[in-house]
Design a protein around this ligand. Structure first.
Ligand code: PHE
Length: 499
């Protein structure tokens, strides 16, 4: 067993006088320590190593109790009453006189009766009867008083006190108190005596490497504390982006890296651009008040007459796209209604309307609004990741590959698509990602229908998709409840991974 430096030092000190029994003070002096905890620690180690034996002596240490302190200050009750009695004649040593005097309080006067009887002054017919010879009485009171003043100077071991007097005072309430003290002594064993001096050389233990240490020579023989990389350490928490913002940045980086440019748009839109331009029939249930936030301000938005005519044509009869349209009448008023955009596809279609003849790859990440009741998987405000590819060779396989590539870069390599329906795409697909063994639906996609692109003058196929950002965030952060994302709980936020 390796001895500590302190144990070595204590052992060296004791070996200067191998046969001695050492008490605490002797060891403190010999080791030049001022802290007795060193002796206890080093002595314990030496005991375990079989180099010293420890003996313990338990002693009771006596000191004054609260009543004892009072007696030390103003005299023991029996001494005070005796002094009073001694100064008076026989006829005026009655209990009443004592009670009326300053020598004792009323209560003390009562107690003093027993005490005085005990020293040889009984109360007879209400009066203290003082004997002729008072020498013994005075001697007893004197001894008791001395006992108290001796303790006043400091506590005294039981062995050094008069046993009879101690017994007496123990029987009186609050006069003396005791406390057990353990005194230890240390003695070398044969093993402690025999050990080689060489083994008692102190070694420098290094827990921290400092420039000072390296400048000296001592480190060469030092013992280096191993560095434990498994020890728990505090996690530093600093300011950083909200996980949603961090996720948006990551998605943005992926699309930019894949050669896409970013587009943006307003929250407030007309039903015309949000729906009619996308060939969503005017009686489509998603357009109802209970699904869409229509606005009072602006209640309606002015639209270019040419645009309205175009949508009316397509909706009513197909507008020369080869489609028959929805057949029913088209309301300009319905198209003009102001609303909060229900999907980011409105950005895409407006972009295409602006630049129908430039091949493009664009994406956008934006907030959308729907009248959803809030629950574990729904929020009335959420974000979509939207994008299109328009070019001569744009095709369904290209669309699938693009989505797969995106999710793969996000860390979800298993992606599948399933047939779906949207009024503005044909074919239409649902995109699903495998997470914890389950297929989760993350968004919609497809090739824009001719009813959508032809009136704008687009010449090439357009691959389009729109996916939920919060759903993806749930996967990335491992959440069961979408609401957690917007609770702003600092504790939760600080525990989120860096994305
Ligand atoms: N706009 C659709 C939605 O909100 C998603 C989508 C976008 C579908 C583009 C097809 C093409 O769910």
């Amino acid at each position: 067993m390796e001895l500590t430096n302190n144990a070595k030092r204590m052992l060296r000190a004791m070996r200067a006088d191998p046969e001695r029994t050492w008490d605490l003070d002797a060891i403190l002096e010999a080791t030049d320590w001022s802290d007795q905890a060193h002796v206890a620690g080093a002595g314990g180690g030496l005991d375990e190593a079989g180099m010293v034996v420890i003996s313990e002596q338990r002693t009771n240490l006596w000191s004054l109790g609260p009543e004892g302190e009072a007696a030390a200050e103003s005299g023991l009750l029996e001494a005070r009453v005796w002094e009073w009695l001694s100064a008076r004649d026989e006829g005026s040593r009655g209990m009443r006189d004592l009670q009326a005097s300053e020598a004792a309080s009323k209560q003390e006067a009562g107690i003093s009766v027993g005490l005085l009887k005990d020293v040889g002054v009984p109360l007879v017919n209400g009066s203290f009867s003082v004997p002729g010879n008072t020498a013994a009485i005075e001697a007893t009171i004197e001894m008791r008083t001395e006992f108290i003043s001796a303790l006043e100077a400091g506590s005294i071991a039981e062995a050094d006190l008069d046993g009879g007097l101690l017994d007496h005072f123990r029987g009186r309430k609050g006069l003396v108190d005791s406390e057990e003290r353990v005194a230890r002594t240390w003695r070398l064993t044969a093993r402690g005596i025999a050990i080689d001096d060489e083994e008692l050389e102190e070694i420098l233990h290094v827990a921290e490497i400092t420039p000072d240490l390296l400048q000296g020579e001592e480190w060469r023989t030092a013992d280096f504390k191993p560095y434990d990389v498994d020890l728990p350490a505090p996690t530093p928490v600093g300011g950083r982006a909200h996980p949603m913002q961090a996720l948006i940045e990551r998605i943005r980086a992926i699309f930019l890296e894949m050669g896409f440019s970013e587009i943006d748009g307003d929250f407030v839109q007309s039903a015309g651009w949000n729906m009619d331009a996308l060939f969503i029939p005017q009686d489509h249930p998603a357009r109802e008040m209970q699904d869409t936030f229509y606005l009072d301000e602006p209640e309606s938005i002015e639209l270019a007459a040419e645009r309205v005519a175009q949508w009316a044509d397509v909706h009513e009869s197909g507008g020369g796209t080869g489609s028959t349209g929805w057949g029913s009448g088209f309301s300009e008023e319905t198209a003009g209604k102001g609303l909060l955009r229900t999907h980011t596809t409105v950005n895409t279609i407006r972009y295409l309307a602006d630049k129908p003849n430039e091949p493009c790859r664009v994406f956008g990440i934006g907030r959308v609004f729907r009248k959803e009741s809030i629950d574990r998987t729904h929020l009335p405000e959420f974000h979509q990741i939207e994008g299109i590819i328009m070019e001569p060779e744009a095709s369904l396989p290209m669309l699938v590959t693009t989505l797969k590539t995106f999710y793969e870069k996000m860390g979800y390599p298993e992606v599948r698509v399933r047939p779906a329906y949207f009024p503005y795409t044909e074919p239409s697909m649902e995109v699903e990602v495998k997470w914890r063994g389950e297929w989760l639906e993350l968004g919609g996609s497809g090739i824009f229908r001719p009813e959508v692109t032809e009136p704008l003058g687009c010449k090439w196929p357009v691959c389009a998709w729109g996916m939920g950002l919060e759903r993806l965030a749930m996967l990335v952060l491992g959440l069961d409840d979408i609401r957690q994302l917007y609770l702003s709980e600092l504790d939760w936020l600080s525990r989120q991974p860096i994305l």
